[in-house]
Write a protein that binds this ligand. Sequence first.
Ligand SMILES: [Zn+2]
Length: 283
Amino acid sequence: MRRFTLIFTVLVALAALASGAQSARKLRVVTTIPDLKSLTEAVGGDLVDVDSLTRGTQNFHEAEVRPSMMLKLRRADVLVENGLDLDAWVDVAVNGANNPNVVRGAAGRVDISRGVPILEVPTTRVDRSMGDVHPLGNPHFSLDPGLAPIITQNIADGLARVAPENRGDFAHNREAFLGRLNQEMARWQTMMEPVRGAKVVVYHPDFIYFLTRFGLIQVAMKEERVKMILVEPWNDVKLANRVAEDAGARAFVMATAVGAVKGADNYIAAIDFNIRTLSEGLK
Ligand SMILES: [Zn+2]
């Protein structure tokens, strides 16, 4: 009986050790925007614990650095950032966090814009004093599903730098996710086929990668006849509707990010929302 008790005690202790090791291996990842949280969860699976510094309803250009951001960054093993000046504010938060894991140049710092073919790179010098511009080119590429292979590769590489023993798991999760995304992509292409070549107006150029991917054309309001004006969740939608009506068009709120609108609570759902909005609005 005593021997049985002893064995039982040893087994319980081993189980506790194993689960402790398991939770110790979970990487703490912080992302600047929620699109990257969703993609990092897809690649990291149950090996990661991911938190975003912003919400999808926010204008990322204008995110304010808060003490809560620094607290999240202080405990992070990995920081995944968009790059191209969209989330340059994160450097201020990283300075305040005092965590060598995520400073620029550290193994745990992941820039997902690496290798992305950038659109709308300015040919003349521009800076933020000239308004809400994109001095390094358009940074809103995260919700273009055609770029997900590059973005998730950057994420998988970054996670594997910090946890090389899980490289195979990250690669496997990524392949599985891209397989799912490819199936959706075929469906999305079919849905968008009838509206190819349609012209849309955008309030802020959030969608150039997405529109280009699906054969739509971004134009200026006054130049062309358009059916749709795309607006962000933080825009004045009533005002946008009045402007649209004057032009014989309609305004539509888009999922500018994961979590920007109801139902767009993960990467594929956010893209699906935009495909449905465009394919129905342009009919
Ligand atoms: Zn922008």
